[in-house]
Design a protein. Structure first.
Length: 208
């Protein structure tokens, strides 16, 4: 077991990690249950606790605590998703998460409107379990494109335009910056932020 100070830190970080997950899955799991599960997970993963919390430099301590929160939050999300699946009667393997590379390719197909080119655009390695469906079930690709269309519609006009230029028209960061009157670095920042927004709208990053 840990010393009192370390354990108190673990408990505090577990609460921080559990809270945003509980806010999203409050219908299916209690906050205290998530927090307790995170603490129990920390006990089983003493290697990670030591890696993240056994630090002395103040800056390193903050980084380690942030990493520990992320580590525990992913565990909490796995627990919450399992509870949701049980409550709603579906299997965990039915869940699907959009990897960034797949999302970029889908945006290209979405923007071009050429769904016949999907097999050339979409990397089988990025399709995961859906790759086989793509060859046999056109509706699966149509559903994914519809997901992307709905997510894109939630972006502000500038981010929508910049992401479209980048992944549909394959414009360079500098060309996009020239069109919008901003630096290439700023374009890159806006794209990164916009892609995070899209991933969140599409269900979030995989906790696995």
């Amino acid at each position: 077991m840990y010393d009192d100070d370390t354990w108190q830190t673990v408990v505090e970080l577990a609460a921080i990690a559990a809270r945003p997950v509980h806010q999203r899955f409050s219908r299916f799991v209690e906050f205290e249950d998530l927090k307790q599960s995170a603490c129990e997970y920390a006990v089983r993963r003493k290697d990670k606790v030591s890696e993240y919390l056994d630090r002395e430099d103040p800056g390193a301590v903050r980084q380690g605590e942030a990493a520990m929160i992320t580590f525990l939050r992913r565990h909490c999300e796995r627990v919450a998703r399992k509870e949701k699946a049980t409550a709603l009667g579906y299997r965990m393997e039915d869940e699907y998460f959009y990897r960034p590379a797949l999302l970029e390719a889908l945006i290209k197909v979405w923007g071009s409107g050429d769904k016949d080119s999907a097999n050339q655009v979409l990397d089988p390695a990025e399709m995961g379990g859906r790759r086989k469906k793509l060859a046999n079930e056109g509706n699966d690709l149509l559903a994914m494109i519809a997901d992307v269309d709905a997510a894109m519609s939630k972006l502000d006009a500038r981010t929508y335009g910049i992401i479209s230029l980048r992944y549909v028209n394959e414009a360079t960061l500098q060309d996009i910056g020239d069109q919008w009157g901003i630096s290439a670095q700023r374009v890159d920042q806006l794209i990164e932020r916009g892609m995070r927004q899209l991933v969140k709208a599409l269900g979030g990053r995989s906790p696995y």
